[in-house]
Design a protein around this ligand. Structure first.
Ligand code: SF4
Ligand code: SF4
Length: 83
């Protein structure tokens, strides 16, 4: 599953630089996550880096983007090859 940022985001900007997939960007009101780029950090780290660093704990799983660990790994491999 990709992750998502809720409207509790305080725009502190600490998550954007730690994302290994460049999936996080400044949206119109708050920071947002591009679900097609988010692998839950699978392939890069053992835990989602944005969740670990977010001071207000506003990055839950995105229920609209259900993916298994195998699918996330596949996504990671596709993204890595594109680089
Ligand atoms: S879980 Fe990882 S890949 Fe997904 S947005 Fe957060 S830091 Fe980026
Ligand atoms: S770390 Fe959390 S509060 Fe800060 S910009 Fe990212 S989602 Fe928003």
């Amino acid at each position: 599953m990709a992750l998502m940022i809720t409207d509790e985001c305080i725009n502190c900007d600490v998550c954007e630089p730690v994302c290994p997939n460049k999936a996080i960007y400044q949206g119109e009101m708050i920071f947002e996550i591009n679900p097609s780029l988010c692998t839950e950090c699978v392939g890069h780290f053992n835990e989602p880096q944005c969740v670990a660093i977010c001071p207000v704990d506003c990055i839950p799983l995105n229920p609209d983007h259900l993916e298994t660990r195998e699918q996330l790994l596949q996504k990671y491999q596709t993204l890595t090859q594109e680089k």
